[in-house]
Design a protein around this ligand. Structure first.
Ligand code: FES
Ligand SMILES: [Fe+2]
Length: 461
């Protein structure tokens, strides 16, 4: 392949003017290596949830890009994220998935690190190093920036990246729809029953684009709809009130985040109770009412799916989860899925949600199985010498985006495609790849935050 560094070549790969994207960005190993540098070493990435490390000394081994990191809480309750690689010879310091430790001791030669990352133990320190080793310089490598937001933990390796809240910008209230409690109170979620991890033989961008809002693939879930895995035994989800809502694709061109959300009319009856125990149906009914009262217009907004650039997805309702698409080479993705519930929900509600969540999502979830089959076969069928010559088509709904979308006195933040009549668009997907191309081209954060867009005019040059 020719050099991928020239701007012109890069623009040729993601051609927003034509709505075409080269298969190379999914299957080319050189481009993948560059993604690790330009995207995963710079962007904000989801690392975990504070409820996974409630006590001093608790740790959870996570991942940023391909690299293992340790999320841990030190003795003073401060949260850290360290590279899981010993400073002596690179051994993976922590080989457990999670646990509690007073110190983190490297299994190779025994260097020990405190939970705040300092190198505190060196075997034969006096004898072998003759007192010359400056331990203060050899602590665990720590991320440049860390942000705790409503229970979630985010990190970036890049000191020049904008602060996390700036990185999210006006997209923040959409992710709040997943991170706030069901009754509209701030935060208050916890992880249910650990997390699920599994691998899918496809490029990480297949799931990233799907969760950005691929409303076009409902045909794939036809069998699940027929089987009726929803809480009341019909369809995939129980949200009959959505029939009255506006279905919107909402994208943030300056950030690369996007969501598929529903906006309910101002006056809408509370949904019928879940066909389940009275504890469960009453809980959801009360929460629904409280949320609408507390949140006003935002109480009318229901985020179905969304994606924080580059590789974090969220589902706000049914089920309520966070996912990280960890790249494992150009041709494999390790999916991690966190399932969220309200910490204060009754045990019966948590159990009801647990059963529904695993029916829907994860490697055994019926809906996610459909998706994975598509990504798996699409990736494999795109790798061939001949297949790579043919770009994918992303032109659906080009030119139908609305900058200042308003419905029933709610001005919706973001650039919107209203699917009420159109049914589907690839507006959000184009937004994801526009930002992808910007990250791959920009050498400095100033270029990424300057507001310069790879628009249609430029792409057509
Ligand atoms: S590699 Fe960790 S102590 Fe040597
Ligand atoms: Fe799907």
């Amino acid at each position: 392949m020719a050099s991928t560094n020239t701007t012109g070549y890069r623009r040729g790969l993601v051609d927003l003017g034509k709505g075409q994207i080269s298969r190379e960005i999914f299957v080319n190993d050189e481009i993948y290596q560059e993604e690790l540098e330009r995207i995963f070493a710079r962007a904000w990435l989801l690392v975990g949830h504070e409820s996974q490390i409630p006590n001093p000394g608790d740790f959870f081994v996570s991942s940023m890009g391909e690299e293992s990191v340790i999320l841990c809480r030190d003795r003073a309750h401060k949260v850290h994220v360290f590279l899981n690689s010993c400073r002596h010879r690179g051994m993976k310091v922590c080989r457990y998935d999670e646990g509690n430790a007073a110190v983190l001791t490297c299994p190779y030669h025994g260097w020990s690190y405190s939970t705040d990352g300092r190198l505190v133990g060196v075997p034969y320190f006096r004898e072998a190093y003759h007192g010359s080793l400056d331990r203060s310089r050899w602590g665990l490598a720590e991320v440049a920036q860390l942000c705790l937001y409503k229970g979630t933990v985010w990190a970036s390796w890049d000191p020049a990246a904008p602060p996390f809240l700036e990185y999210l910008g006006d997209f923040l209230p959409y992710i709040d729809l997943t991170l706030d409690a069901w009754d509209g109170s701030d935060g208050g979620t916890e992880i249910l029953s650990g997390i699920q991890k599994w691998r899918v033989p496809c490029n990480w961008k297949f799931p990233a684009e799907n969760f950005s809002g691929d409303s076009y693939h409902n045909i794939s879930h036809r069998s699940v709809d027929l089987a009726g895995i929803g809480p009341s035994g019909s369809g995939r989800r129980d949200m009959p009130e959505l029939l009255m809502a506006r279905k919107l694709h909402i994208a943030f061109p300056e950030h690369g985040h996007q969501t598929t959300s529903y906006l309910l009319p101002k006056e809408v009856a509370l949904p019928p109770a879940y066909q389940h125990s009275s504890v469960v149906s009453e809980y959801f009914r009360e929460c629904e009412e409280a949320r609408r009262n507390k949140r006003g217009d935002w109480g009318r907004m229901i985020a179905l799916v969304g994606e924080v650039f580059p590789n974090t997805a969220f589902l706000a309702r049914q089920p309520r989860t966070l996912a990280a698409w960890h790249p494992r080479g150009a041709h494999e993705t390790e999916v991690w899925r966190w399932f969220l519930v309200d910490r204060n929900a009754p045990a019966e509600v948590k159990d009801f949600l647990r059963q529904y969540y695993i029916r829907y999502s994860g490697p055994g979830g019926m809906t996610e199985q459909d998706d994975m089959e598509n990504w798996n076969y699409a990736h494999a069928a795109s790798r061939g010498t001949i297949a790579r010559r043919y770009p994918y088509n992303y032109e659906q709904g080009t030119g139908t985006e609305i900058e200042n979308y308003e419905w029933e006195s709610f001005r919706v933040p973001g650039v919107v495609c209203d699917l009420t009549r159109a049914k589907s668009s690839e507006h959000n997907l184009r937004n994801l790849y526009r930002r992808w191309a910007e990250f791959m081209e920009a050498d400095r954060w100033e270029e990424l935050t300057s507001g310069r867009r790879l628009g249609r005019a430029e792409a057509a040059e």
